[in-house]
Design a protein around this ligand. Sequence first.
Ligand code: GRF
Length: 190
Amino acid sequence: MRIVVLVSGTGSNLQAVIDAIASGELPNVEIAAVGADKHGTLGVQRCADAGIETFVVNFKDYSERAQWNHALTEKCLSYAPDYVISSGFMRIVNEEFINAFEGTYINTHPALLPSFPGAHGVRDALAYGVKVTGCTVHIADTGVDTGPILRQEAVEVLPGDTEESLHERIKVVERRLLIATLADLAAGKA
Ligand code: GRF
């Protein structure tokens, strides 16, 4: 199973996938390429060490969002992936992209969807005062963190939690769910 992984940030979830492949935990998964929406992400830098191909479709290089979407779609298609994984990719893609990868664009989100979608899922859950939040792996559509849910797991909010401390605990679970989802997909079980 060939995957393209899209990142915007530190790529620690991506690193977990790289490590799982290296350790033989995901024997049928190959990262065809890792792409970012801007230059200088740690996520892309991590790939140099692992010898993984990278690309940047820089959002700021395009005056129209649709042109950026088109370029991203074409670039991802060029790798002929079975799945595209949004792993901390902080851009909404349009219909052209979703149609090109219908049912095969997978997103991870650090909250229990449909609660707390958007860029600040951890902060919003904390601000609301929930006692339990979590993470979700789902098939993405054109909405903001919407689409069929594949896996979900709860994470308890602890007294004194900050956005950072809570997000770190969520990401530990998120990495496990992402790897389990990839194993399912590679086995045709999703
Ligand atoms: C993850 O929690 C992801 O769900 C969210 O941003 C985080 C990405 O972390 N959208 P990293 O870049 O994998 O470290």
